[in-house]
Design a protein around this ligand. Structure first.
Ligand SMILES: *[C@@H]1O[C@H](CO)[C@@H](O)[C@H](O)[C@H]1NC(C)=O
Ligand SMILES: *[C@@H]1O[C@H](CO)[C@@H](O)[C@H](O)[C@H]1NC(C)=O
Ligand SMILES: *[C@@H]1O[C@H](CO)[C@@H](O)[C@H](O)[C@H]1NC(C)=O
Ligand SMILES: *[C@@H]1O[C@H](CO)[C@@H](O)[C@H](O)[C@H]1NC(C)=O
Ligand SMILES: *[C@@H]1O[C@H](CO)[C@@H](O)[C@H](O)[C@H]1NC(C)=O
Ligand SMILES: *[C@@H]1O[C@H](CO)[C@@H](O)[C@H](O)[C@H]1NC(C)=O
Length: 436
């Protein structure tokens, strides 16, 4: 009798679990423990020799280290972490005439990770990209596990499989597996992570669209006029023996060639296989890209204004959360935004921490909020770009850090004033939203 009763109770519990499971399947991430992934990654020799290009792929060694969480010093406690990241390595989204795009396996050894297919299609996260973010997650777990209640999470991702999978991968490395199935990933329509439910203004900003169009024209012009561009095209034509259009962007060249290089696949060759794209070509490509990128981030007024306008809602959202912590209101401990290069580049520009280089795969910007308890409560932030402590470089903290910390007030003032300081009267005015 007792055994039957127990069985009955177990059955009822199972039934409830199944119902809850089905009901929430759409919104809740179901994840299994991923065994060691089989993945293709850059060949170690490539990492050693192709320095600048391989920096773009982003090796595990680099992902697995950094200065985040190192400020756990006496008197300071970590209260809140915001992390904005770019998806991991993906397949190309462009094609070049005469170049066979390599077929990569997107088979991830877990039947619940989505999408899970034999062959990657364009712009899919590859198993190497997945592993990059599992590594990020494990790294963060090591750094933050003892400092924060990391189960108090808020996770957002844009609606692309590569960003969604990247978020899942970070969580896989970050969280206790018993907790994992209960994490909800909130979808963002915008790569800027403007949230209609958290931002008081409108996420529709035609002014930003206009600025980015102008900015892009300027950047395209800078690239066309770059002293090495014609040389590059001529060299590639010589190697590949195809009519590579003069107007082909360096962006698409990187996109295609790095799909090979980041996954350990030999670079494309001429039809007779006698000449191949090699390190010197990639170096030249990145030389142009870095030059054009620097120009954009430091001199292109339209781009700078765009970045400030575009990321204003996200900055406000972060500032609001920090203010809540300071007022001791309940708030998440760890907030993750899984986005794109077009998230990282403008954010790094706005914060004043960009060097103009196209952000590597799996790049991350982390902002930590600390509480210092003396007689009075004081709050400080720290900023990290790909693991490097860049607090003292951030525009609002320059020459104002104390023992490496930056007062929260400086950041809040910055969020209040950055539009005005960049020639924009207000968000609504900049966006071209008429006053009603
Ligand atoms: C943080 O620092 C305290 C002492 O200041 C130490 O006891 C604790 O282990 C540290 N935590 C981590 C995760 O490093
Ligand atoms: C961490 O947060 C979770 C979810 O809010 C809560 O259930 C748990 O008790 C917290 N753990 C600690 C140690 O505070
Ligand atoms: C995961 O969490 C559960 C419940 O909080 C705990 O019993 C278990 O030890 C944790 N496992 C790991 C690996 O931390
Ligand atoms: C998640 O997203 C939806 C719509 O995008 C929004 O309405 C909702 O408030 C979000 N949830 C949280 C917790 O922010
Ligand atoms: C790269 O290829 C070009 C053209 O085929 C050749 O001239 C050059 O020596 C090669 N460079 C390296 C570093 O292999
Ligand atoms: C900030 O510090 C740098 C050196 O770290 C110095 O060159 C610069 O002049 C300082 N700027 C201001 C505004 O004090």
């Amino acid at each position: 009798m007792k055994v039957k009763k127990k069985l009955l109770i177990i059955c009822v519990i199972c039934f409830i679990c199944i119902i809850i499971g089905i009901k929430t399947m759409y919104n809740w991430v179901h994840i299994e423990v991923v065994k060691d992934l089989t993945y293709e990654s850059p060949h170690p020799n490539l990492i050693k020799t192709f320095l600048r290009p391989m920096e773009y792929c982003n090796s595990f060694h680099h992902i697995n280290s950094g200065e985040e969480g190192d400020s756990n010093i006496s008197g300071y406690s970590l209260e809140l972490v915001h992390m904005v990241m770019r998806h991991g390595a993906r397949t190309g989204m462009h094609s070049l005439p005469g170049i066979q795009v390599p077929t990569l396996s997107c088979k991830i050894e877990s039947n619940s990770l989505y999408p899970n297919k034999n062959k990657c299609q364009g712009s899919d996260l590859t198993p190497f990209g997945m592993k990059q973010h599992i590594t990020t997650g494990r790294y963060l777990q090591r750094k933050y596990g003892g400092l924060l209640n990391i189960t108090q999470l808020y996770v957002r991702s844009t609606g692309y499989s590569r960003t969604y999978q990247s978020a899942v991968a970070v969580l896989l490395g970050f969280l206790n597996h018993t907790f994992l199935p209960f994490v909800r990933i909130n979808r963002s329509r915008e790569a800027s992570f403007c949230s209609p439910s958290l931002f008081s203004g409108s996420c529709h900003c035609p002014g930003a669209d206009k600025l980015i169009r102008k900015a892009k024209n300027e950047a395209d012009k800078a690239e066309r006029e770059d002293i090495d561009k014609q040389l590059l095209i001529n060299r590639l034509r010589g190697v590949l023996e195809t009519e590579i259009p003069v107007g082909l962007s360096v962006f698409s060249l990187i996109d295609v060639f790095m799909t090979f290089a980041c996954h350990g696949i030999p670079l494309p060759c001429s039809q007779d296989q006698r000449k191949c794209v090699n390190q010197s070509h990639l170096d030249l490509i990145f030389k142009i890209q870095d030059r054009v990128g620097k120009q954009m981030v430091f001199e292109n007024r339209n781009y700078i204004q765009f970045a400030h306008l575009y990321l204003h809602p996200l900055l406000e959202e972060m500032a609001d959360r920090m203010k809540k912590v300071a007022r001791r209101k309940p708030v998440e401990s760890f907030v993750l935004y899984s986005g794109h290069d077009v998230t990282i580049t403008p954010l790094a520009t706005v914060l004043g921490i960009h060097d103009g280089k196209w952000p590597p795969f799996a790049s991350r910007i982390v902002i930590e909020l600390y509480k210092k308890t003396e007689n009075k409560m004081h709050y400080f932030i720290k900023v990290f770009f790909n693991g490097e402590d860049v607090t003292s470089k951030a525009s609002f903290c320059k020459n104002k850090t104390l023992k490496g910390f930056c007062k929260l007030k400086y950041f809040l003032d910055f969020v209040n004033n950055h539009l005005h300081d960049n020639g924009l009267d207000s968000y609504d005015e900049g966006c071209g939203i008429p006053n009603l």
